[in-house]
Write a protein that binds this ligand. Structure first.
Ligand code: HEC
Ligand code: HEC
Ligand code: HEC
Length: 464
């Protein structure tokens, strides 16, 4: 045998031995464990915590010169894109993990993107084998079935990252009736010109279709108005999450100088009390009388009625096969394939987490090229509330329900069409270019998310 052939043979032998050892150390969790424990073990083996938490316990060589910059960058990017700790803590405590985290774990393990290849080449036993993937997928399914059951969905759609909207949620009919009056009442504004409905018009998808809303005296706000439809499903309210509940949220606009501009709720209570008939109706339901607490409670109760079920997509999930066109069905597949459902998940397809705007590319730098308007206070997102640097440019993910009616898009209202909004999401959040053909399908699918209100499919009076 020639010398070169011997070397080649030896090399092949070495690779085979390495592959065998590799498989041997990369063992799947024991079948005796509960599925959530198995998932925790896979996550632990995968080193996910090293790159997806605030204070990871890095290995000793992480301080060596080359390793330091390489590992440092992965940890920085990894933690910027996702914090895994709430998920691990929830599983350890036997509590419900966030639905978005479930979707993220599911996607990143199924598509083989995590852990990063650079990591498992060094950390033997961390990569996701077929056996591990199967166990992880079964665990995600178990957790969904336990914490987020989807009784409305047809059996084949019971384990989707997105669930159909319920037909309605429980609310107090008498309080909601008062809330409806207040929602449409301009007496909540200082000069009697603006009501909640001015900026959240139910005939305009629950928004005003303006980049920035106009408050009293034509003053403009600094961020785009999100829809009130289905807002009751959001984990917090506002882009930066500064209101924990709908009632707390409703206390904001009346006193906001550029929105309704009142000096205090006393001023509003005084005006409403002058209306003897209304005050009487109100005290019949709220014996404690008119106050900020009762006014905002009534409005919040009304907002629970603003649920828009039975979109074509929901009917499809419930088993009505032809509710969506073939193009829309393909669009939904692309929506999941492009990881859109790892943030726009759950019944409201959003409203469950804060996410960084510009996960994979710098959105604000790009915007500057076209808009040349500089950064605004509104761009800071969640940071405005926490002053934690990681929260800068992080926003509550908006709902995609009725999104075809709620232009313009994004917190800055800078994008006018759904096409552009979708392409930018692919580029900045997912790190992929989306072709016109694919984008057309996704946009067509998003059109299937327009739901019904008062038994009729929503339309927008501004739609040409
Ligand atoms: C060596 C560091 C490293 C390890 C280990 C690692 N990740 Fe990541 N992860 C990253 C980086 C960096 C990103 C950012 C995107 C990229 O560069 O691919 C990321 C992105 C992600 C995302 C996408 C977040 C989003 O919404 O954009 C998920 C989900 C994720 N990782 C899950 C996991 C899981 C689960 C594990 C364990 C099995 C894991 N990662 C292990 C570094 C790591
Ligand atoms: C002048 C226009 C204007 C008026 C009047 C107004 N809003 Fe808003 N609304 C906005 C804007 C803009 C935002 C986003 C602000 C932010 O996130 O910082 C918003 C946010 C909201 C949200 C949060 C939705 C989400 O997904 O985070 C709800 C709910 C809401 N408004 C309900 C109301 C109610 C109820 C009233 C009346 C008491 C009202 N709004 C009055 C413009 C307005
Ligand atoms: C990493 C999380 C994440 C991923 C992945 C993601 N989004 Fe988003 N999406 C967001 C956030 C956050 C916003 C709000 C951004 C802003 O206002 O600056 C948003 C906004 C949007 C909007 C505008 C909604 C509105 O009312 O303003 C659309 C449409 C949208 N996303 C669709 C998609 C599609 C389609 C995909 C997949 C190609 C996708 N998103 C992937 C987090 C995500």
């Amino acid at each position: 045998m020639k010398k070169s052939s011997k070397i080649l043979l030896a090399l092949v032998g070495l690779v085979v031995v390495l592959a065998i050892v590799y498989r041997a150390v990369n063992t799947a969790p024991s079948a005796d464990l509960a599925s959530s424990e198995q998932l925790l073990e896979i996550v632990d083996d995968g080193g996910c915590v090293l790159c997806h938490s605030a204070n990871p316990d890095l290995p000793f060589y992480a301080n060596w010169p080359v390793a330091k910059s390489l590992i440092g960058q992965h940890v920085k990017d990894g933690y910027a894109s996702w914090d895994i700790m709430p998920f691990i803590e929830a599983l350890n405590a036997g509590e419900a993990p966030n639905e978005v985290d479930l979707a993220k774990v599911e996607r990143s393990l199924a598509d083989g993107s995590m852990p990063l290849a650079q990591f498992y080449l060094v950390h033997w036993g961390s990569s996701i084998t077929g056996a591990k993937e199967e166990i992880a997928m079964a665990a995600v399914k178990d957790l969904r079935a336990k914490y987020y059951p989807s009784p409305l969905a047809a059996p084949e759609f019971a384990n989707e990252p997105v669930r159909p909207l319920p037909d309605s949620i429980a609310y107090d009919v008498r309080k909601a009736a008062l809330g409806k009056v207040l929602y449409n009442d301009t007496r909540l504004s200082a000069d009697g010109t603006v009501s909640c409905a001015t900026c959240h018009n139910l005939d305009m998808g629950g928004v005003d279709n303006k980049r920035y809303s106009e408050g009293i005296g034509g003053q403009l706000g600094g961020v785009n108005a999100p829809t009130v439809y289905n807002a009751c499903f959001n984990f917090v309210q506002f882009w930066d999450g500064r209101a924990a509940t709908l009632a707390e949220q409703a206390g904001g606009p009346p006193l906001n100088p550029v929105e309704m501009g009142c000096s205090s709720f006393d001023e509003i209570v005084a005006r409403l009390s002058d209306d003897k008939a209304f005050a009487k109706d109100f005290t019949a339901v709220y014996p404690e009388g008119l106050s900020q607490a009762t006014i905002t409670d009534a409005i919040a109760e009304y907002e629970k009625t603003l649920v828009t079920p039975n979109s074509a997509f929901d009917r499809y999930l419930k088993g009505e096969k032809d509710a969506m066109t073939a193009e829309q069905v393909e669009g939904y597949a692309l929506f999941k394939e492009y990881n859109c459902a790892t943030c726009h998940a759950g019944v409201n397809m959003g409203g469950l987490t804060y996410e960084l705007m510009g996960q994979r590319d710098n959105y604000f730098e790009d915007r500057e090229l076209t808009l040349k308007s500089g950064l605004t206070d509104g761009d800071n997102g969640r940071w405005a509330q926490t002053k934690v640097e990681r929260d800068r440019y992080r926003f509550k993910t908006p709902t995609l329900r009725n999104v075809a009616l709620t232009w313009p898009y994004y917190h800055d209202g800078s994008v006018n069409t759904l096409d552009e909004a979708v392409k930018k999401m692919a580029k900045f959040q997912v790190g992929r270019e989306m072709s016109d053909d694919e984008c057309g399908k996704v946009v067509s699918y998003l059109g299937a998310l327009t739901g019904q209100f008062d038994g009729k499919t929503l339309t927008n009076v501004n739609d040409k």
